[in-house]
Design a protein around this ligand. Structure first.
Ligand SMILES: [Zn+2]
Ligand SMILES: [Zn+2]
Ligand SMILES: [Zn+2]
Ligand SMILES: [Zn+2]
Ligand SMILES: [Zn+2]
Ligand SMILES: [Zn+2]
Ligand SMILES: [Zn+2]
Ligand SMILES: [Zn+2]
Length: 413
């Protein structure tokens, strides 16, 4: 199935630099075969793959105004609001400065969109070619994994797992998914709490009340509203972000519209609402399903294993270095990843200061100040008189061991 192995092939890793030969997707893990970083760490040129993914996310939701069907294949595409601002510069200067935002809130009023942008930290403003655009791209990959919504992006699912996943996706689209709304607090009609309850608001046309200027009550001062995240008051004239699923009695500073779990700015204001909190797609899904620590996919099979505090598809509890299946064999955790014993001895084992051989993870060893020894009388001994130091007091200097000040003095002089 179309796992898109070719996508981004050869792209340099921004984290590993020249240590990575270029991006090459592992056949079932969602990482680079060469450096083991995620795709999002690589400088993969933008393609419409991201817009396809978000387009698919909004398919069959109330956010279809944000997508367009492609003529050639009928697939939904995300219609991102790209904002190009032209800053007229002093007449003497001939050049005209333009700034392109790769995404901006989809509001009619450009002043509002501009104000929204200015309220984000500079390094998170998605200005084309800037650090902020990189940040947005990375968050798009992390927060909204294609394999959390599209069974064809998952590895070898059974028909039952596909069905299960489709139901899950349908459910979160219906119950949790939303896109933030940017408005001036004075413009929003705040309904009485019992009326704003979304659960039974379906037939009442909640959205039609939203954004309508309430002519009966005088405009309320923005400063009487507090941000749901930081609890600080809103400043007069500043726009706020609203989330329909949360109800219009809640609002956020643009920079406070973040995921409850990872604390990152919700990419393109796409949120999932659950139990009074905003989540990104990844962390909402994590709160609903186990996620395989091997392939990063959500698990829809009843058969999976819990090891080292993480969940794994049975077939994905594998050595991180050679991919051999680890069920029933010895493995060692290295940086939270399981590694088989032979890969461990080859790539990760610590070296004994005494005999300079790799130390088998299953034998006793002594570790002191980042130095290691076999815990044997052949290896853990005084560098001067060869007395075994197991269970004895010792002095350690640059990986050398001494039984006494005298021995140390003899060797160091
Ligand atoms: Zn890397
Ligand atoms: Zn790489
Ligand atoms: Zn705030
Ligand atoms: Zn998150
Ligand atoms: Zn897996
Ligand atoms: Zn291995
Ligand atoms: Zn040794
Ligand atoms: Zn000695």
């Amino acid at each position: 199935m179309g796992l898109g192995h070719e996508e981004g092939f050869g792209a340099p890793c921004l984290k590993c630099k020249e240590k990575c030969r270029g991006f090459e997707l592992h056949y079932w893990r969602k990482i680079c075969r060469n450096c083991k970083c995620g795709q999002e760490e690589h400088d993969i040129p933008s393609s419409n793959e991201e817009d396809r993914k978000v387009g698919k996310l909004f398919e069959d939701t109330k956010y279809t105004t944000l997508i367009a069907k492609l003529k050639n294949d009928g697939n939904p595409m995300y219609k991102r609001n790209v904002m190009i601002l032209t800053n007229p510069v002093p007449a003497k200067n001939i050049s005209i400065d333009t700034v392109t935002y790769e995404w901006a809130p989809p509001v009619q009023n450009q002043t509002l969109a501009r104000q929204y942008m200015q309220m984000l930290p500079k390094e998170k403003q998605p200005v084309a070619g800037s650090e902020g655009a990189q940040y947005r791209k990375k968050q798009l990959a992390k927060q909204l994994p294609a394999h959390d919504q599209d069974p064809s992006k998952c590895h070898e699912l059974s028909p039952g797992e596909v069905r299960h996943m489709e139901q899950f996706v349908k459910k979160y689209k219906k119950e949790a998914l939303g896109v933030g709304d940017v408005k001036l607090p004075g413009e929003v009609e705040v309904r009485a709490p019992d009326e704003s309850n979304l659960k039974n608001g379906g037939g009442r046309g909640t959205s039609s009340a939203v954004g309508a200027m309430d002519k009966k009550t005088p405009n309320q001062k923005a400063s009487q509203y507090c941000c749901y995240h930081c609890k600080l008051r809103m400043k007069e004239g500043d726009p706020a972000v609203y989330a329909e699923r949360a109800g219009y009695d809640k609002l956020w500073h643009p920079g406070c519209f973040v995921c409850y779990t990872c604390g990152e700015l919700l990419v393109d204001m796409i949120y999932f609402w659950k139990n009074g909190n905003l989540y990104c797609g990844r962390h909402y899904c994590d709160s609903e399903r186990p996620r395989c620590a091997g392939c990063d996919e959500l698990i829809f099979s009843n058969e999976y294993t819990l090891a080292e505090g993480q969940n794994w598809h049975l077939k994905h509890f594998c050595c991180f270095d050679c991919d051999c299946v680890l069920a029933g064999i010895t493995y060692i955790m290295v940086n939270d990843k399981p590694v088989c014993k032979s890969c461990y001895m080859k790539n990760h084992a610590v070296i004994c200061q005494g005999c300079h051989n790799a130390i088998d993870p299953e034998v006793q060893r002594v570790t002191y100040n980042n130095f290691n020894w076999h815990a044997t009388q052949e290896c853990f001994l005084c560098s001067c008189c060869s007395k075994c130091l197991i269970g004895q007091k010792f002095i350690s200097m640059e990986g050398m061991l001494f039984c006494s000040v005298e021995c140390k003095g003899k060797m160091m002089s």
